[in-house]
Design a protein around this ligand. Structure first.
Ligand code: SAM
Length: 259
C-alpha cells in the first residue's frame, strides 16, 4: 500500500531536496530525532565503532576520510574522535562534502564548538555526491555516507563515484533508512511514517511537506539486497551479505571494499 501518497517527479527532485534541507538545516537535529525516535545517534555511533578507523601505530600513514552528504558533521567529527581516542591518531584528515551550502555552513558552525575548530584537518566542500567533481580518483581511504544517498537522483552514479575516489583497499560504508524485515512490524512502521511523521513535521517544524518528502524518499529507497547489488555493480567487493540491519531493518549499514 502507498497510503495514498503522492509521488515527486524525478525532474523536480534535486530542487526539492535542496529546498528540504535548506528549510530544515537549523531544525535538523529535531527532524532526525523525530524520524528515528532519537535512535539515529546510536546508529551513527555503531557505524563509527564498526568501521574502527584510525592510523595504526605501525603504519605512519594518515588516513583520508570523505563523508558525503555530511551536512551537520556528525559522522565526520565522530570518525575523527574515534581515531584519536582509540589509536591516538591526530593526523588523519576529513573532507565533508554536501550538495547544500546551508547544511555545510551548519556543519562548519558546529565544528567551531569541537576540537576541530579551524583545523586544517577538516575541509568542507560543496559537492554533488553523484559526481564528486573536485575529488581525485584513488584518493580516499574511507568513504562514508549517512542518511544521504537516498536523496541522490542517481544513486548508482553516487556509488560509481564512491568507487572512483576510493583508493584500492579503501572502504565504502553507507548508513541509511532501509526496509523493515518483519511484515507485522513493517505495518506499524508504515503507519508511523505515513501518518505520524508528517503530522509531527507540521507541529515541530511547521513543515509538513519536507517531512512528507523524507518519508517518501525512505519508501522509494532500494531494499537491503537490491542496494547491496548496486554496490557490487559499482565494482565493490561486498563481504558476506553486505549489510547489517539496525532496529529490525529500519536502518541498515552497507559496506563495500574497493579491491
Ligand atoms: N550525514 C548527515 C547526518 O547523518 O546527520 C546529514 C544527513 S541529511 C538527512 C542529508 C544530507 O544529504 C543533506 O545535508 C543534503 O544536503 C545532502 N544531499 C542530498 N543530495 C545530495 C547529493 N546529491 N550530494 C551530496 N549531498 C546531498
Amino acid at each position: 500500500t502507498d497510503f495514498g501518497y503522492k509521488q515527486v517527479p524525478e525532474a523536480d527532485k534535486e530542487k526539492l531536496v535542496h529546498g528540504v534541507f535548506s528549510s530544515v538545516a537549523s531544525s535538523y537535529d529535531v527532524m532526525n530525532d523525530a524520524m528515528s525516535m532519537g535512535i539515529h545517534r546510536i546508529w551513527k555511533r555503531h557505524m563509527i565503532n564498526k568501521l574502527d578507523c584510525g592510523m595504526r601505530a605501525s603504519s605512519g600513514e594518515p588516513l583520508q576520510f570523505l563523508d558525503v552528504a555530511g551536512g551537520t558533521g556528525d559522522i565526520a567529527f565522530g570518525l575523527l574522535d574515534h581515531a584519536k581516542e582509540k589509536y591516538g591518531d591526530t593526523q588523519s584528515k576529513m573532507i565533508v562534502a554536501d550538495i547544500n551550502a546551508d547544511m555545510l555552513k551548519e556543519g562548519e558552525r558546529r565544528s567551531k564548538k569541537t576540537v576541530y575548530a579551524d583545523s586544517p584537518r577538516i575541509k568542507f566542500m560543496v559537492q554533488n555526491g553523484e559526481k564528486l567533481d573536485a575529488i581525485p580518483d584513488n584518493s580516499i581511504d574511507v568513504y562514508t555516507v549517512a542518511f544521504g544517498i537516498r536523496n541522490f537522483t542517481d544513486k548508482q552514479a553516487g556509488l560509481n563515484s564512491a568507487y572512483r575516489v576510493l583508493k584500492p583497499g579503501g572502504i565504502f560504508a553507507c548508513l541509511e533508512f532501509s526496509k523493515v524485515q518483519d511484515p507485522v512490524l513493517d505495518y506499524f512502521y508504515q503507519i508511523y511514517s505515513f501518518s505520524c511523521l508528517p503530522m509531527m513535521g507540521q507541529f515541530i517544524a511547521n513543515d509538513r511537506e519536507s517531512y512528507q518528502y523524507l518519508v517518501e524518499s525512505i519508501r522509494k529507497h532500494p531494499d537491503q539486497e537490491t542496494f547491496a547489488n548496486m554496490i557490487r555493480k559499482a565494482g565493490f567487493y561486498v563481504p558476506g551479505k553486505g549489510y547489517e540491519n539496525l532496529t529490525f531493518g529500519v536502518a541498515a549499514i552497507h559496506v563495500g571494499v574497493k579491491l
